[in-house]
Design a protein. Structure first.
Lengths: 115, 119
């Protein structure tokens, strides 16, 4: 059974800092790994998707890496801004078995960037 | 394209009543997924549907919960005889292709969620 763990559960940093969020998963048989952002009372916004054959993806100040063999991913946020404050969720989708296409989520890292 | 639309955004029910949550996927998307987020918990998969078919309902509680995605109209998640433990945020997502069809490149688009409170 796939399990996804995110560390730390919460993080508070001053504006301008570079930071790393960690995600680990127990089963390396995945199709892809995704990072989402969730703002309070709102839905999820997809930030980056890394296919199993890829090592990293970049979008603006965000960089996500994937080490499938060790079951780890990191999300690097450069030059953090108060607007980055949100909960960041990591999710993996396993190789489909019998048509299953479900994402397995971690509990998230709640990030606060202080001005 | 308005994205994935969920309604109602907030729903309050008393124990024993029924809750119906609606999800209109993005235009052209025929794959719909429902997830539940309990307080202080991560999102948990509930059900995956394609038009008129339930593909995977392994995350649905065996009783009181049902889901449909008819040929015309939105997908509906129905909870009968609600209990306080059903209080949660229910999220719907849609995609254009399956994971295998897109070689793992599919992106799910999530709605803003429906927040159910059971009194």
């Amino acid at each position: 059974k796939q399990e996804v763990t995110q560390i730390p559960a919460a993080l508070s940093v001053p504006e301008g800092e570079n930071l790393v969020l960690n995600c680990s998963f127990t089963d390396s048989a995945i199709y892809n790994l995704q990072w989402f952002r969730q703002d309070p009372g709102k839905g999820l916004t997809s930030l980056l998707l890394i296919q199993s054959s890829q090592r990293e993806q970049t979008s603006g100040r965000l960089n996500a890496s994937l080490d499938k063999s060790s079951g780890r991913s990191t999300l690097y946020i450069a030059a953090s801004q108060p607007g980055d404050s949100a909960t960041y969720l990591c999710a993996v989708i396993g190789l489909p078995q019998g048509g299953s296409e479900k994402l397995v989520f971690g509990k998230g890292t709640k990030l606060t960037v202080n001005p | 394209n308005a994205g994935v639309m969920q309604n109602p955004r907030h729903l309050v029910r008393r124990r024993g009543q029924e809750a119906r949550l609606r999800c209109s996927p993005m235009k052209g998307h025929s794959h719909v997924y429902w997830y539940r987020q309990l307080p202080e918990e991560g999102l948990k998969f509930m059900v995956y549907l394609q038009k008129e078919n339930i593909i995977d309902e392994s995350g649905m509680p065996k009783e009181r919960f049902s889901a449909e995605f008819p040929k015309e109209g939105p997908s509906i998640l129905r909870i009968q005889q609600v209990v306080r433990g059903d209080s949660a945020a229910y999220f719907c997502a849609s995609s254009l292709r399956t994971v295998s069809e897109s070689s793992g490149a599919n992106v799910l688009t999530f709605g803003a969620g429906s927040r159910l409170t059971v009194l």
